[in-house]
Structures are given as structure tokens and as C-alpha cells.
Design a protein around this ligand. Structure first.
Ligand SMILES: *Cc1c(COP(=O)(O)O)cnc(C)c1O
Length: 415
């Protein structure tokens, strides 16, 4: 690791938390250069829902590369892009009664968020964005302006503007309906809150601590956006692609967002790919008005199509994720109750958080877990929540082994 310290910027972060050189990976297992096997419950922060080097998806990529098909073509039309859009429309959208246009943005989630905010402002002629306490949307200036984390906001070095923060579901305790507060603030012409171009929300907050919004709350937010003349944007960058048990994180609430933002696991292989799903009447862009060199990378599109073909043509995969999520939740709740009631378990599907309440407990637990062979990350305002994001394709034995390592590490941390 000393060579990395000497060569790489001080900004590196995950390599500090997991100090090893990782040379190979497959499924839910990473191998270090020295031959140690480590279980991965971080999954590239949600970019590897189908595991590392998924062999079925890899076959599609390898075949595409071998055929000398176009890998980079800016946003020129290619068979790979057409096949992706057609497959996504038939396998995902049509079955859910949804209809969207595709906008391929720059490769990162933040790029896609920027495009969504810019389009909302263009469509409505307004500037303000409503976002929520503990929300996370990326680190470009527009995206970080809508993100709650003070450490990351401060690092921008400019005054961030254009967003008004409102309390997320549950932020003020179970007795307060924060959607009602938002409704009042937006419909009251003297509330001091500028009329919003959009309301931007995560159905489950990932980086913010695995905070889960209820169906009723999300439905209210969608209705409030409509009443306020604002676009309703769901950031599905981390919680999409099956993470919460269904393809989209908002399906359980039967929402119909104006814009859906997707990235992380979209390509299915950890290749960068981001896009917006835009409701037909809202596609107000002039040709070329928002561009980027690396949009809709063909290799990533081929991988994304393969992932849809393999996992989403029938219900089995989704049902399996829901079953495994329930199993994880029960195990984590049992671990929590063993230690009195000082811990909380939250989440939906296979996005689960174990709230240690105290940052140090979470920190020591994850450090000890890595020593024992488990990569697991923390989240929340004080990094006090241990965040479980195993691959959705993880086998039962590996899942169990990882949970056991967590349990043992927590017990040691509490000693
Ligand atoms: C990771 C993430 C982003 C930003 O994606 P990047 O690719 O890191 O720019 C945006 N929104 C959510 C919910 C995320 O988890």
C-alpha cells in the first residue's frame, strides 16, 4: 500500500478502508494479491448488483469486442443502443405500464442528475429544486447543491445554491408527516420557499443512512409536485436495478415519476452507464443542448441488455431478491435484539442498514470485519450505519458467511 500512498492523491478513500491490493474478483468474492479471499458486501457501492465479472454478461461483452462492432461513437446510432432501448422498453417499461424516452448522459450518476435538474429548470422556467435532508445525488456542483452532507458540500469551495432542503420521511420522528409540511410550504405563497422546478427524491436513501420512505409519503410527494407545477424526479442511481426487490425502487408505491435517474448497476457489469427516463411531453431539449463525449457507451449498453435478458424477463429473480432480503432482515434483527434494543435495522429488499447509533461501534465493526474477510461500508450522517449491499446474485452460503463475520465483528467491537 505504500506505493499507493506515494503515487495516488490523498483523496483516495475506499483503499484506506480496505487496505489490500485486489487483483481478481468473481461473483461476491474478491481476491487480494496475496491470495486472501474476501466477501464483498459493498458491491461497488451498488454498481455490481449482478456480482463481479458476471460470466453470462461477460460473454456478451467478449463477443461484442471480438466482432469489431463500434465501441465508441459519441451518441451516434448503433445496433447496440437500439437493442438496449427496445429491450428496456419491452422487458421493463411496458410490463409496468410506463412510457419514457431515453436520454444517455455522461457516464456518472452525477452527470445524469445534472441533466435531470437542468431539464426541469428548462421545462418549468424555475430555478429552485426541492431535495431532502440526508439526500445524496453526487458531487458535481448542481448535484452536491442538492445533497445534504456538510463535509462534501464544504469541499465544493463555492456557495451552493438552487436547492431547498425539506425533511425526509421520518426525519422529525414517526408522529410528524413531513409531506404535509412540504405541501404547506409549497402552496403557501408567503412561505419563503421559491416555487420549485422539481422535487428530487430517493425512495430509499443510500448514502444518507438507509432511510426508507413509506409508500404513502412517496405518493404524497408525487401529488405535491404535481400540485406545485414541479417535475417529480426519482434518483434511482443506487436503489434501482433490483436493489430494493423490484427493478425500480418506486414500483411498490405505484409511482410514475416525470424523470427517473439511473446509473450504478445499469450496465450490469460495473461499466459506467447513466441515463434519464423522461416522460414524453417533457423532452424539451434542443438538439445538442446537453452533450458529453462518453454517452451511452456501446460496450456498457451491450452488457446492460444482457443483464435485462438474463435477470428481468421473468419474475423469479425479483422474487429471489425479496426472499433473500427478508432472510437478511431477520438475521440482522436477531443480531440487534441479542444486544438489547440499542440498534435499529432498516431497509427494503437487499439494501439494509444496521444502525449502531454510535459511529465508533460501526467503525470498529467494519474494520474487524475486513480483517476477518468481509468488505462492508458505513453510511449515515456520522457513518454510524453499517450498510449491507451484497450482490443480488449472492449464493446463500456466502451471504450467511458474511452475516456471521458481521455478527462476530460487532460482538468484538462491543467488548
Ligand atoms: C452514487 C449516487 C449518485 C452519484 O453517482 P456518481 O456515479 O458517483 O456520480 C447519485 N445519486 C445516488 C442516490 C447515488 O447513490
Amino acid at each position: 500500500m505504500q506505493a499507493f500512498e506515494a503515487l495516488e492523491s490523498n483523496v483516495r478513500s475506499y483503499s484506506r478502508l480496505f487496505p489490500a491490493i485486489f487483483s481478481r474478483a468473481r461473483g461476491s468474492i474478491m481476491l487480494t494479491e496475496s491470495g486472501r479471499k474476501v466477501i464483498d458486501f459493498l458491491s461497488g457501492a451498488g454498481a455490481l448488483n449482478y456480482g463481479h465479472n458476471n460470466h453470462q454478461i461477460k460473454a456478451a461483452i467478449a463477443e461484442y469486442l471480438a466482432s469489431d462492432a463500434v465501441v465508441h461513437g459519441l451518441d451516434m446510432a448503433t445496433p447496440a443502443k437500439l437493442e438496449f432501448m427496445e429491450t428496456f422498453s419491452s422487458v421493463i417499461l411496458r410490463k409496468r405500464g410506463l412510457q419514457y424516452r431515453f436520454q444517455f448522459t455522461g457516464p456518472t450518476g452525477a452527470d445524469a442528475i445534472e441533466a435531470a435538474l437542468k431539464l426541469s429548470r428548462k421545462v418549468t422556467g424555475r430555478k429552485n429544486i426541492i431535495s431532502f435532508t440526508r439526500g445524496y445525488h453526487g458531487l458535481s456542483l448542481g448535484a452536491v447543491a442538492a445533497s445534504g452532507n456538510r463535509f462534501l458540500r464544504t469541499a465544493s469551495g463555492v456557495s451552493l445554491s438552487g436547492a431547498t432542503f425539506m425533511p425526509y420521511d421520518g426525519y422529525l420522528g414517526p408522529a410528524v408527516d413531513t409531506a404535509e409540511y412540504l405541501r404547506k410550504a409549497l402552496l403557501d405563497k408567503s412561505s419563503g420557499i421559491d416555487s420549485p422546478a422539481a422535487i428530487l427524491v430517493e425512495a430509499v436513501q443510500g448514502e444518507g443512512g438507509i432511510n426508507v420512505a413509506s409508500k404513502e409519503w412517496l405518493q404524497s410527494i408525487q401529488a405535491i409536485a404535481k400540485d406545485a407545477g414541479a417535475l417529480f424526479i426519482v434518483d434511482d442511481v443506487q436503489m434501482g436495478c433490483g436493489r430494493t426487490g423490484e427493478f425500480f425502487s418506486f414500483e411498490f408505491a405505484s409511482l410514475s415519476p416525470d424523470i427517473v435517474v439511473m446509473s450504478k448497476s445499469l450496465s450490469g457489469y460495473g461499466l459506467p452507464l447513466s441515463m434519464l427516463l423522461i416522460k414524453e411531453g417533457l423532452d424539451a431539449w434542443q438538439p445538442g443542448e446537453h452533450t458529453s463525449t462518453f454517452r451511452g457507451n456501446n460496450l456498457a449498453l451491450v452488457a446492460a441488455t444482457a443483464a435485462l435478458d438474463i435477470y428481468w424477463r421473468c419474475q423469479n429473480f425479483s422474487q429471489g431478491v425479496q426472499r433473500m432480503g427478508e432472510f437478511m432482515r431477520r438475521r440482522l434483527e436477531a443480531i440487534a435484539s441479542k444486544h438489547g434494543n440499542s440498534f435499529a435495522v432498516r431497509g427494503r429488499g437487499m439494501a439494509l442498514g444496521f444502525d449502531c447509533q454510535v459511529a465508533e461501534i460501526a467503525e470498529v465493526t467494519t474494520r474487524k470485519a475486513f480483517d476477518k474477510g468481509l468488505i462492508i461500508e458505513r453510511c449515515g450522517p456520522d457513518d454510524q450505519v453499517v450498510k449491507f449491499l451484497p450482490a443480488l446474485t449472492v449464493d446463500h452460503e456466502t451471504l450467511n458467511d458474511g452475516l456471521q463475520i458481521f455478527e462476530a465483528s460487532l460482538a468484538e467491537a462491543l467488548k
